[in-house]
Design a protein around this ligand. Structure first.
Ligand code: ATP
Length: 134
């Protein structure tokens, strides 16, 4: 029986609101997992694949930036960007990955390297989520 409420919101929409058994999220300092009766907790979010389990089945949502709050058996994900698999355009992610790769090769010693690296991570995890993977 699901005992944990998961809500994922972005500045412009409610992406998901569902009872779940487990949430695994990409915190800025590393992956963290939440089950029912977790202690109150707050974390900044990095770029990655958020996983939630319902009845033993794993589901994935792409998230990038924002915050996660755990309080009273509720996990609130206030994400800058959040996309469900069906909302992800895989060809667009592939193009973004190619552009980022080229930029990383060109900009090795420049400040834009970090920006290209983030774009690369976004593209990588979008593709993972589109393929239902973590
Ligand atoms: P791109 O270079 O393709 O724009 P990006 O990683 O720079 O990718 P973001 O800045 O993360 O894009 O997102 C900008 C907006 O575009 C957001 O609303 C995001 O949901 C959407 N978006 C970006 N890439 C995709 C994708 N592959 N499929 C669906 N929506 C996407």
């Amino acid at each position: 029986m699901a005992q944990l409420r998961l809500e994922i919101v972005t500045p412009d929409k409610l992406v998901l609101s569902q009872d779940v058994d487990y949430v695994g999220a990409p915190g800025l300092l590393g992956e963290f997992g939440v089950m029912a009766n977790h202690i109150p907790f707050l974390s900044a979010l990095g770029i990655g694949s958020l996983m939630y389990k319902v009845g033993g089945k794993a589901n994935y949502v792409f998230v990038a930036g924002g915050f996660a709050e755990v309080s009273g058996n509720k996990v609130t994900i206030l994400a800058e960007v959040a996309e469900r698999p069906e909302d992800i355009d895989i060809e667009r992610a592939r193009r973004a990955q190619d552009r980022a790769k080229q930029r990383m090769d060109r900009e090795k010693d420049k400040v834009d390297f970090a920006r290209a690296q983030s774009a690369m991570q976004r593209a990588f995890y979008r593709m993972r989520v589109r393929e239902n993977a973590h």
